[in-house]
Design a protein around this ligand. Structure first.
Ligand SMILES: NC(=O)CC[C@H](N)C(=O)O
Length: 196
């Protein structure tokens, strides 16, 4: 089977690290900044960064509606951290005017782990990822405040859901792209192949 063509939304955030992780997971990775580029991918990663900025730039670049359309049409999308926020149907504490692409039936809380604990690492067991826990890097990470019936929690930390799957959508509150462990990206590449 040919390796899947997976885009990384490269408006703001750590797109480069995701491009490298996707390469490491055997995908053909490319940046997406324009609607034509979005149209040419079989899957998409929304990176970590600042969800308010990504939301504003997606609107300014004319990508928000095309993104929503493709998610509705079944495009596999993986969001990490700010990307998880972008995939949430609802944000508990949005900035004014902050939009999401939506698609995952969940409410997220931004910067949820609090000030003293803004950044940390933790071993996280992720359902569907064999070979032991992944090293979760949490940077001003969100958590899932509540999960709808259609979404499935696949990882928890400190009693909160920190990774979710719903159909072709995957989201993690942490940043696997910073660890050199490509298993989360490999899981996503498998989801993209399965959606063909
Ligand atoms: N590392 C991250 O992606 C941080 C997310 C950021 N706190 C936000 O609200 O978008």
């Amino acid at each position: 089977m040919t390796s899947p063509v997976i885009g990384v939304l490269a408006l703001q955030g750590d797109a480069r690290e995701h491009l490298a992780a996707l390469d490491g997971a055997g995908a053909q990775a490319r940046s997406v900044r324009r609607p034509e580029e979005l149209a040419a991918v079989e899957g998409l990663v929304i990176p970590g960064g600042e969800s308010t900025t990504i939301s504003k730039l997606a609107t300014a670049f004319g990508l928000l509606e095309p993104l929503r359309d493709r998610v509705r049409a079944g495009l596999p999308v993986y969001g990490s951290c700010a990307g998880m926020i972008m995939l949430a149907d609802k944000i508990l504490d949005p900035r004014s005017g902050q939009e999401t692409v939506g698609g995952i039936d969940m409410i997220v809380r931004r910067n949820a782990f609090g000030r003293q604990n803004e950044s940390f690492e933790a071993a996280v067991e992720v359902a569907g990822i064999p070979g032991g826990p992944v090293e979760g890097v949490f940077i001003r990470a969100p958590w899932v405040e509540s999960l709808g019936a259609r979404a499935e929690s696949i990882a928890e930390h400190g009693g909160h859901t920190v990774a979710v799957r719903q159909g072709n959508l995957l989201a993690t509150a942490f940043h696997p792209e910073l660890t050199g462990d490509h298993r989360v990206h490999a899981l996503f590449a498998d989801m993209v192949r399965a959606a063909r």
